[in-house]
Design a protein around this ligand. Structure first.
Ligand SMILES: [Zn+2]
Length: 287
């Protein structure tokens, strides 16, 4: 799943290729992915793209007063094509969701793997018309995101667990399941620690980890083509998705807590004083 560092890199990648080009045609293959109907997709035809920006994990192609906004969700991806086939896209059951063709026949496809349909596409005159964009919390990459911002966010979250608070787009924008694991590992904090209970030192460490993990991931992704971002994200992670592997910091074995539809990974020695966290999926069944 692309998170902020990948979406930021995609925004750069698309900016370089799309800004100044006109949209020749937008073709929809997965009708359920389009969440708005007015203005229609065809309103974008002929408009020149003036910017590609990111809001949290949303990408926003701005074209002369209209915005094509999309969220890749868990299984979505963007594939850049230097030359798109001329044949029109046929709606169907495959992974293809949307094709954006530019005036030089280059463009990109949005695809979604698997059977869950979570990829979301919007055409709006103002990105703030999209509720999930309007309610985004502060962006950790913004220069305004200082220690006090994080302090306020965590204090407001009270007893809620750090892992969930970091992932909640309304409290902090752009962090998902993978980078929240990485940030908590770097900060040596338990994913289940109540957000409002951090000491001054823990708060400062967490702040540094948020900034460093995200800017580090963006630096690694810089200049990579869209197709290479996924592999880079995976290889750059130290704890997420690495259950059973050795923690590079302390040599302990990375552990996992699984939930109904997701899992988190952590290092017991680095993060929980050597304690194994209870598996939430099992304990819920036992209740
Ligand atoms: Zn460790």
């Amino acid at each position: 799943m692309p998170e902020m560092p990948e979406v930021e890199s995609l925004a750069h990648f698309l900016s370089e290729r799309c800004v100044g080009r006109a949209i020749a045609r937008v073709e929809l293959a997965a009708f359920s992915a389009l969440k708005t109907y007015d203005p229609p997709l065809s309103a974008l035809h002929g408009l020149e793209i003036d910017a590609v920006v990111r809001h949290g994990k949303f990408l926003d192609l701005s074209a002369q007063g209209l915005h094509l906004v999309f969220h890749l969700a868990r299984a979505g991806w963007l594939r850049w094509r230097e030359s798109l086939p001329e044949t029109p896209l046929r709606p169907g059951k495959g992974p293809m969701a949307l094709r954006v063709r530019l005036d030089d026949s280059s463009g990109f496809d949005l695809t979604e793997a698997g059977t869950q349909r979570k990829l979301a596409i919007y055409v709006v005159t103002d990105p703030m018309d999209i509720a999930m964009v309007a309610t985004l919390g502060p962006d950790p990459l913004s220069p305004d995101f200082d220690l006090e911002t994080l302090r306020a966010v965590l204090a407001g979250a009270g007893r809620a667990q750090l892992k969930g608070v970091l992932k909640d787009q309304r409290t902090i924008a752009g962090i998902g399941n993978a980078y929240s694991d990485e940030i908590l590992h770097a900060a040596r904090l338990s994913p289940f620690k109540p957000a409002g209970s951090l000491t001054e030192e823990e708060l400062a460490t967490l702040y540094r980890a948020v900034k460093e993990e995200l800017t580090g991931a963006i630096a690694r992704a810089e200049g990579l083509a869209a197709k290479d971002l996924k592999g880079e994200k995976k290889s750059g992670l130290r704890v997420h998705g690495r259950k059973g592997q050795v923690c590079a910091v302390c040599g302990d074995t990375i552990a996992e807590v699984s939930f109904a539809d997701s899992a988190l990974q952590y290092c017991p020695t680095c993060q929980t004083g050597g304690r194994k966290l209870a598996d939430r999926r099992l304990s819920r069944l036992l209740k």
